[in-house]
Design a binder for this molecule. Structure first.
Ligand SMILES: C[S@@+](CC[C@H](N)C(=O)[O-])C[C@H]1O[C@@H](n2cnc3c(N)ncnc32)[C@H](O)[C@@H]1O
Ligand SMILES: Nc1nc2[nH]cc(C(=O)O)c2c(=O)[nH]1
Ligand code: SF4
Ligand SMILES: [Mg+2]
Length: 240
């Protein structure tokens, strides 16, 4: 039995981001990432600060905990991290979902491929813009996107935008893969702010500015602009 490093299992809540925003879902958050984005809102998955909370669980144990936590009140599970695509055997969990009639979503940055991506219902690839300090391997990303297009997978691209340079990057990604549904998401620069009223007010301002930029840009006609809905509701709270 393979074991997977798990940091959080929570829900039901709503998917706060991207292609299935608003969908009622459970979350499974894996530990470990091959990136270290400067603004990561889940840095505890890779910076060592929550290393004592990591549990090694089998797919069956993850399923049992999802069932105990969510009861009969869910039909969809989102796998996020960290980068869940580091886990080559995670297909074992997707086999259980299939058997139980549960739909799945994945959040990953497009740095690694796994064949179990084919079994995900709503797959989000979120390449990282310059403000993250990460560098996109476009050869790898090309390979991943080609496989998903050839398989007719339901997937999207989501780029978080903090500044004009990020917007240029977002445009470059959208141009490179014009047939892939494209989402632009507000960046949260205050991931440790505890004053939710202030945070939400600032984020709504940033969201408005982002909408304005996209509205004025003739290369961004076929895109969707979204905030992180969960952050607008719960601020930087974990496990929601
Ligand atoms: C925490 S990541 C985990 C999954 C995967 N490592 C990835 O980055 O796609 C989940 C999503 O949150 C986004 N995200 C992380 N920090 C953020 C921030 N400060 N503001 C807005 N979105 C953020 C990421 O870009 C990604 O789309
Ligand atoms: N409600 C909610 N929606 C989310 N969408 C992506 C999340 C993530 O951290 O990957 C996330 C999260 O942590 N909570
Ligand atoms: S790739 Fe995702 S989890 Fe990893 S550091 Fe970046 S935002 Fe955080
Ligand atoms: Mg998050």
């Amino acid at each position: 039995m393979n074991k997977f490093p798990i940091l959080e299992i929570f829900g039901p809540t709503i998917q706060g981001e991207g292609m299935v925003v608003g969908r009622k879902t459970m979350f499974v958050r894996t530990a470990g990432c091959d990136y270290s984005c400067s603004w990561c809102d889940s840095a505890f998955t890779w910076d060592g600060s929550a290393k004592d909370d990591i549990r090694l669980l089998t797919a069956e144990e993850i399923w049992n905990e999802l069932s105990e936590t969510g009861g009969k009140r869910f039909s969809h599970v989102t796998i996020s991290g960290g980068n869940p695509a580091l886990l080559s055997s995670l297909g074992e969990l997707l086999d259980i979902f299939k058997e139980k009639g549960i739909e799945s979503a994945l959040e990953t940055q497009g740095s690694r491929w796994q064949d179990w991506f084919y079994d995900i219902d709503d797959l989000t690839i979120s390449p990282k813009p310059p403000s993250s300090n990460m560098v996109t391997d476009f050869k790898k990303l090309d390979e991943i996107i080609k496989k998903l297009i050839d398989n007719e997978s339901s997937f999207s691209l989501k780029v978080v935008v903090f500044n004009d340079e990020d917007m240029q990057y977002a445009k470059k990604v959208h141009k490179r893969y014009p047939s892939v549904p494209f989402y632009i998401q507000t960046g949260n620069p205050q991931t440790t702010e505890e004053n939710t009223t202030k945070l939400v007010s600032d984020l709504l301002n940033d969201f408005e500015k982002l909408i304005d930029k996209v509205s004025k840009d003739d290369e961004l006609n076929n895109v969707r602009v979204l905030p992180q809905l969960h952050t607008l509701v719960w601020g930087n709270k974990r496990g929601v």
